[in-house]
Design a protein. Structure first.
Length: 193
């Protein structure tokens, strides 16, 4: 593989750090070269969190230039559209969890909330494949990242990485009842229609 760029985004408290680390370790478990970097900003205050992962033969930096990401993974709608516009290449893939953690301008009434339609219209113009993840029955909203991860696996979005690699990576990072709960949700979501 010559190179594959992954751009992850969300807001503080959504679990971007965990999904990023699982993805990076899964790529490593697949035997592929990988580099990653996180930008947390005001993560604890609901600020934007960004992670970038790059895999391929010759890696010099985990950062990709504007419009170079092969896939954007977002844990909420507002950041999904922003990242699609700034990071995703035409013809890439956008996968996002369909929820909104309203940014400050939306809460103050100076901007409108991003809708599914806005995302769909932008992506259609740029030939971007859109995968919208929406689990209304999710008992613990802190596990939205695992639902998205399962859909990444189900749709084979990261070349060379298999279900076993994702599960092994989760095992590296989690343990006991937490690991069991995450693996169970991951497998259930993979099997869901």
């Amino acid at each position: 593989m010559s190179g594959f760029n992954i751009y992850l985004t969300g807001v503080g408290g959504q679990g971007i750090g965990l999904i990023s680390e699982v993805l990076m370790r899964a790529v490593d478990h697949a035997g592929l070269n990988v580099m990653a970097v996180d930008t947390h900003g005001l993560a604890q205050r609901g600020g934007v969190v960004v992670s970038q992962i790059k895999t391929g033969e010759e890696l010099h930096s985990p950062l990709s230039f504007r419009g170079e990401a092969d896939i954007v993974i977002s844990l909420e709608r507002n950041e999904a559209l922003r990242a699609a516009i700034t990071a995703l290449k035409d013809g890439g893939t956008l996968i996002y969890y369909n929820t909104s953690w309203q940014p400050l301008p939306v809460r103050l009434g100076s901007a409108e909330e991003i809708s599914e339609t806005s995302i769909d219209e932008y992506c259609k113009k740029h030939k971007i494949k859109v995968i919208r993840v929406d689990d209304r029955e999710l008992e613990d909203v802190r596990m939205q990242n695992i639902v998205v991860l399962a859909n990444i696996d189900k749709n084979n979005l990261v070349p060379g990485v298999t279900t076993a690699h994702y599960q092994e990576a989760m095992g590296d990072l989690l343990g006991g009842a937490i690991l069991e709960k995450n693996i169970t949700l991951f497998e259930e979501e993979r099997e869901a229609d």
